[in-house]
Design a protein around this ligand. Structure first.
Ligand code: AMP
Length: 436
């Protein structure tokens, strides 16, 4: 496999140089896209040339357009036809939110062309999705469960798929979709064009990629250098019991205009949201227990600015693509280190700057140290706030493994001797079903 980092490519500076048709260029112009992002510069020529691509890139880098634009270009240039319920392109993605966003992007990019798309995902009734499939979309964007379900009901067929895109492969595996992916691969024609995207490339993802891709070109945009560097990052040491007060305090600053707050547990998303509303701050929560329409409503109210704060768990927020998020606040740090990069990448989208603040208590200090090591960046500790905790400041840093075990024990309500846990905390004991 040829491996390329994006800086090895010729310095393409406009979309026109990427052999896109004038109609697509016009749509991009209408969207305000001026310059292709690094992943777009690297990926579009390869897809145009019919190469399989292994793309290592996270959301926020412009990867959706990197694969959608050349696909739309090919469908349009070659006047490829589709028949009812037999899409020609399949884009498989882990979450409903991401599926909807990819579909919206396709409609924007292809708005002046006769290229159509449909989106299918679980959690809602299938009727409208089946109707959309009957209209012979060229491109189908799908989550794995609903795709298999409709296929089993013989309401769609993947036999005519020429291009297969697997998006966010690492999240797919995190969410337990490996078997579903294998089943879906068995439904696709063996000769096809494959594009595979993942933010990270651990061994199991590499193995999956090897089983799908044929002589691929590897394209990599390192998240640390592309996104993280543009984000002003800081952390605040605070007792767990004081986190909500600190959050309300921070939100007194009107510069925090559009704020995405991350928590680890569903119930905490609700509680933080309720506390903010009580403090007179408009907020919505999204997590896995909320219905699909409720999540969509919350996301669109946040996107339109009706609601200032969106409190989310990692999984529910996966793939949220909202422009203009000024601040990401980690109310809690995740014990999955790469989540940090994913989360803060929601601000500073496609070249803008942003701010990320992490509220750190107890064991989370060890996570912070590990994050600094992984990203190779020092995160500034901001002490200039009324809830600075000396105890957290002087807490010992443990290995990530030990910190994880201790924090899990704390979250389950156990005692670890950590100073910050001695007070009554804002967090309740975990109830059954209170996972992410
Ligand atoms: P993605 O990484 O695909 O989630 O894209 C992140 C955001 O960047 C989305 O809001 C896109 O609409 C936007 N975007 C993608 N490519 C460009 C570009 N070349 N110029 C400006 N914005 C872009």
């Amino acid at each position: 496999m040829t491996s390329r980092f994006v800086f090895e490519y010729f310095p393409v500076s406009t979309f026109a140089e990427l052999s896109l048709s004038p109609t697509i260029l016009k749509s991009l112009q209408d969207l305000g896209y001026v310059t292709p992002t690094p992943i777009q510069k690297a990926t579009i020529p390869l897809v145009n040339a019919g190469r399989d691509v292994l793309g290592i890139a996270q959301t926020g880098t412009g990867k959706t357009a990197a694969f959608c634009l050349p696909i739309i270009e090919k469908l349009s240039r070659e006047k490829i036809q589709s028949t009812p319920s037999h899409p020609r392109v399949l884009i498989l993605t882990p979450t409903r939110e991401l599926a909807i966003q990819i579909d919206e992007n396709i409609q924007q990019y292809a708005k002046n062309l006769r290229i159509t798309s449909a989106v299918i995902f679980g959690g809602v009734s299938q009727g409208r999705q089946v109707t959309a499939l009957k209209k012979a979309p060229h491109i189908l964007v799908a989550t794995p469960g609903r795709l298999l379900d409709l296929n089993n009901q013989k309401l769609l067929s993947l036999r005519k798929v020429d291009v297969f895109v697997l998006d966010e492969a690492d999240r797919m595996l995190d969410m337990g979709f490996l078997n579903d992916i294998r089943k879906i691969l068995g439904l696709l024609p063996s000769k096809r064009h494959n594009l595979f995207f993942s933010a990270t490339m651990p061994k199991d993802i590499q193995e999956l990629a090897n089983s799908i891709l044929v002589n691929p070109e590897k394209v990599e945009v390192t998240p640390q250098s592309t996104t993280v560097k543009m984000i002003q990052q800081s952390a605040m040491y605070v007792e767990k019991a004081d986190k909500i007060k600190l959050l309300v305090h921070l939100l007194q600053d009107p510069a925090l205009k559009k704020v995405l707050v991350f928590v680890e547990m569903k119930y905490l998303a609700n509680r933080v949201c309720e506390a903010l509303i009580k403090a007179g701050i408009s907020a919505q929560a999204i997590h896995g227990n909320k219905s699909q329409p409720a999540r969509q409503r919350a996301i669109s109210e946040f996107a339109s600015g009706q609601v200032r704060v969106l409190v989310a768990t990692d999984i529910a927020s996966r793939g949220i693509d909202i422009d203009g998020i000024t601040h990401v606040i980690n109310y809690e740090l995740s014990n999955i280190l790469e989540s940090y990069v994913h989360r803060i990448g929601r601000t500073a989208r496609a070249g803008t700057s942003g701010v990320a603040i992490s509220l750190v208590s107890g064991m989370e200090k060890s996570y912070l140290a590990a994050i600094e090591k992984t990203t190779g960046q020092k995160i500034k500790i901001e002490e200039d706030h009324p809830f600075h905790s000396q105890d957290v400041e002087s807490a010992r840093i443990l290995s990530v493994g030990k910190a994880k075990a201790a924090l899990e024990a704390q979250r389950k309500g156990g005692r670890t001797g950590a100073t910050s846990d001695r007070r009554r905390t804002f967090q309740r004991k975990r109830k059954p079903g209170n996972s992410r």
